[in-house]
Design a binder for this molecule. Structure first.
Ligand code: F6R
Length: 613
């Protein structure tokens, strides 16, 4: 999603903003731009394409002198990617420049209103409306010349979501930031302050940050920031110190963030699990979802998007079996509008790496409004979903930069095991012996994942055999089907190979007509009770000419007897087994994309944190 940066200090703003935008590239974008407040007012430069184009056009920022400005990487929503649709957008008087992340839902109505008042529009975007509306109050019809008041009046009319950075040609001593439903943080330096969508953009300059809360407005000057709530009252904010290693935002010797993050999975899983096992029992440290609440729950919804929803599907089997409670997995974008039946005995588990996915956030609010308990599984500390949940369990995966999730996915799954065990423990559904076995299985998981990473060469070899195919199918049953969905998503999102995941039992109801000689089918056969059924499904596709890569247990002989290539899993407890098959599938997707020359960390059209509906 769009990346916002802003700087006011004593250094040249343009080169610094270009560098900061580079650190937000992982969010996904299709164009970029800068607005700098110089001696002659606001200078703006925008370019469709990669940041490199903007860098060249501005000679690394050198042709835009000035010590205050705003920058943006755009992920198109309204209007195609183009120079003119890129941000920053200038008001027609040239006095106001705006960068925006989010969607202004009532932009058509506001555009009509401003057009009637003589405002001319240059772009097809919803954002331009904000620059014009601020101008309208600041300088136009309602001239009062007060920038803060103008921003407040303008945002009061906006519906939708926004994180905004605003610069005024006549006010080189200030920038304004304001947000609703889209993230925005401020950085505090010595004689300089910053705006950013995310922490990596700031790490080189400061580790002291302030998170803007819903509808807060900040005025940034060289000496600090003043924050106000939506009523205009000052808000005391306590700066947060970011302790991360800058290396977390660097590739550390790997060719891509995705490979680095795949390889970090054993450590990430260990960090997520270890602090929550105390004296042989699961201790989640939940403050509000107490043991009484856990005992009262009679229905669970898991609500998420994309890969996070596949974590939900994978854990659904385990949760309903261990707790004997109906568990339903819902896509956040559907759940929100589905009139869900929830009450005070319903638990909604919300899963999100970024903690900012708008559909997931709005689904959470809907469930909360209807009285459900909300437990979230989130990676980004202090994000909106974390803040608005009753309790949050952080996945301690560390910063995930590659757009395609790997270590966040694995740690989300690990947290779901912990939730299942803790709830089963509280509801008296686990014997001491079963708990002891489960805890040892959890503790042994990082080593099993490490073992799976040892399949790297095999996956590289298999990728070399199949990277030029047009279609690849994944089939599986039960938990394996949920894993197929994630394996298929990983492959298609970064390699652009068309891929589908099917429940293997469904093949004969239509899908099998897609199989032709040479079609690659990846068959997951890790769920032992249904392995023989999978053997039959493999025979069916092979009879139609498919080539089969199968994933199965290392002690199984039935699948290797029918498949062309076999990836084996070490013997492991059923509880943690679902964490293993995805490791080779992530590597397969990575190497296929590498051989195809794809932009692995920043696949086309995709964004890391999806802050629009
Ligand atoms: C795929 C991927 C996405 C996310 C989805 C939800 O690799 O990363 O499908 O899982 O956009 O994002 P979060 O977890 O941030 O809510």
């Amino acid at each position: 999603m769009c990346g916002i940066v802003g700087y006011i200090g004593n250094k040249q703003a343009a080169p610094l903003l270009l560098e900061a935008l580079e650190k937000l590239e992982y969010r996904g974008y299709d164009s970029a731009g800068l607005a700098i407040i110089g001696k002659e007012g606001l200078s703006v430069c925008k370019a469709k394409g990669r940041l490199r184009v903007l860098f060249e056009r501005t000679e690394g920022g050198a042709i835009m002198p000035g010590t205050a400005g705003i920058g943006h990487t755009r992920w198109a929503t309204h209007g195609e990617p183009s120079d003119v649709n890129s941000h920053p957008h200038l008001s027609h008087s040239g006095r106001v420049a705006v960068v925006h992340n989010g969607i202004i839902e009532n932009y058509a109505e506001l555009r009509e209103f401003l057009t009637e008042h003589g405002y001319e529009f240059r772009s097809d975007t919803d954002t331009e409306i904000v620059a014009q509306l601020v101008d309208y109050y600041y300088h136009g019809y309602y001239y009062h010349g007060d920038p803060v008041k103008a921003v407040r009046q303008a945002v009061a009319l906006l519906t939708g979501s926004y994180a905004l950075g605003i610069a005024f040609a006549e006010h080189p001593e200030m920038l304004i930031a304001v947000r609703k439903d889209s993230p925005l943080i401020l950085g505090l330096g010595e004689g300089e302050t910053f705006i950013a969508s995310d922490i990596p953009a700031l790490l080189k300059h400061t580790r002291e940050i302030v998170r803007l809360d819903e509808r807060e407005l900040a005025v940034l000057t060289r000496s600090g920031v003043s924050v106000y709530d939506r009523f205009g009252d000052p808000v005391e904010k306590t700066p947060e110190h970011i302790a991360w290693d800058v290396d977390a935002a660097e590739k550390g010797g790997y060719a891509h963030f995705m490979l680095k993050e795949i390889m970090e999975q054993p450590a990430a899983i260990r960090n997520t699990i270890s602090p929550r096992i105390k004296e042989g029992r699961i201790d989640l440290g939940l403050a509000h979802i107490t043991e009484d609440v856990i005992r009262s729950i009679n229905k669970i919804y898991i609500v998420a998007c994309g890969s996070a929803s596949y974590v939900g599907m994978t854990s659904q089997y385990m949760l309903s079996k261990m707790l004997n409670v109906p568990v339903s997995v819902e896509l956040a974008s559907e759940f929100r509008y589905s009139d869900p039946v929830v009450d005070e005995n319903t638990l909604v588990i919300v899963i999100s790496q970024s903690g900012e996915t708008l559909d997931t956030l709005f689904a959470l609010r809907e469930a909360k409004r209807r009285g459900a308990h909300i437990l979230s599984v989130v990676n980004v500390v202090g994000s909106a979903i974390a803040n608005e949940s009753e309790d949050v369990l952080y996945t301690w995966a560390g910063l995930e930069i590659a757009v395609a999730t790997t270590k966040a996915y694995s740690t989300q799954l690990a947290v779901m095991y912990l939730i299942a065990l803790h709830f089963a423990q509280v509801r008296g559904m686990l014997t001491d012996e079963a708990l002891h076995e489960a805890v040892s299985a959890l503790e042994g998981l990082p080593a099993l994942v490490e073992h799976m990473l040892g399949k790297r060469e095999q996956m590289q070899y298999l990728a070399s055999l199949f990277f030029n195919l047009r279609d690849i199918f994944f089939i599986g049953r039960n938990i394996d089907y949920a894993l197929c969905l994630e394996g298929s998503l990983k492959l298609k999102e970064i390699s652009y190979i068309h891929s589908e995941a099917y429940a293997a039992g469904e093949l004969k109801h239509g899908t099998i007509s897609l199989i032709e000689p040479g079609t690659l089918v990846i068959a997951l056969c890790t769920h032992a009770p249904l392995r023989e059924k999978m053997v039959s499904n493999i025979r069916e596709v092979k009879a139609r000419g498919a080539v089969v890569i199968a994933i199965t247990d290392e002690n199984d002989a039935s699948v290797p007897a029918v498949a062309d290539h076999v990836i084996t899993l070490p013997a492991s407890a059923p509880l943690v087994l679902p964490s293993l098959p995805l490791i080779p599938l992530q590597l397969f997707a990575y190497y296929v994309a590498l051989l195809k020359g794809c932009d692995i960390d920043k696949p086309r059209n995709l964004a890391k944190s999806v802050t629009v509906e």
